[in-house]
Design a protein around this ligand. Sequence first.
Ligand SMILES: C[S@@+](CC[C@H](N)C(=O)[O-])C[C@H]1O[C@@H](n2cnc3c(N)ncnc32)[C@H](O)[C@@H]1O
Length: 372
Amino acid sequence: MPVKDLHAHPFDEGTITKLEIFENYAKEWLPTFIMSYPNKDLWMFDFFAGTGKDQNGVAGTPIRLLQQVKSQAGNIFNQKCKINICLNELDENKFNSMQICCDEFVHSNNELLRLYDKYLFLHYRNGDFAELFPKTLDTIKENPSLLFLDQNGMKFLADKYIMNLESLPHTDFLYFLSSSYVLRFGNTPEFQTNLRLDMEKIKENPYKYVHKNILEQLKNKLPNDSDLKLYPFTIKKGANIYGIIFGAKHPLAVDKFLKTAWNKNNINGEANFDIDEDNKKCQLTIFGEKPLTKIEGFQQRLRELILNGDIKTNREAYDYTISQGHIDKHAAEEISKMKKEGLIDFEGRTPLVNYEQTYKNKRIITFQVIKK
Ligand SMILES: C[S@@+](CC[C@H](N)C(=O)[O-])C[C@H]1O[C@@H](n2cnc3c(N)ncnc32)[C@H](O)[C@@H]1O
């Protein structure tokens, strides 16, 4: 299968979107874990690290991780956390460039130099992910870990990898895949033996939804009682569709990812373009009714669930919100509006539909329905 070599060209806009999402998530992840796990080892794995930067010197994933460690240097010293970064690249030339690039970066940043070998450990690997991953599983299981799987193509989406990730307790992962390849090669025996997907079902929907549809099928493969939550972010690059799959078990991790994704696109929080044509819906009227945008549709469903008593508390509303791929702000706006309209009542001024109040402070309030 022909795979474009990213590093032979400057990073394109789609690649930059991917890198920014990876980096922005690391920016949220690091301080949360540093503050939650003093004196502990934290691990970040960049399994497909590339060369470190592109032709024009634009930072790739390894340098972006180091930049985030640098910005947390004060907290790392205070909390005495050991930050371990495993940087793996299969191609020997790229591996050498990446190692030089990262070493230079560490040596030209005083904050990193001060951390180096005491609170910052770089573990370079020049291997095949297929061999390295099983060897690292114990470390991943034993320590809070963030995994970047920035593969070309889709090879490492095979069932066995997804099931391994499913079994990990404190692990968040960002998985990149070329969804267009899945569409093109998914029916070949090579892929069907490793990754069984219903290609006909995927093809029933418009091409732009291919990444989202792959993710729906992956969700169906998870055990019924799995706590793992998966979310898509579709990236269109020219005629091709790529995407990120984010996975985590902890609601705080999901909260952070969803905020990262909605920051990138405040229309849908799930693509680098207007995937559901919400901008058009703002102008359209069908038989006197305006079609609902993604946010409006969610808010209407939430309203109905509260009014018919299926959602009774701020915690239930928050769980529903993140399960639907929305952020707390969308829910809080609607619930406040319902109170103003005299439909519901609750204690206090704001509905407290956020992670802080529901999970951290365990402040649970009940919504009383006044009028339906
Ligand atoms: C999409 S690029 C990664 C880009 C990189 N994260 C960056 O930010 O520049 C994928 C990389 O994975 C490497 N690669 C391909 N197969 C691999 C394997 N089986 N194990 C590890 N690395 C592999 C490729 O050489 C390529 O550099």
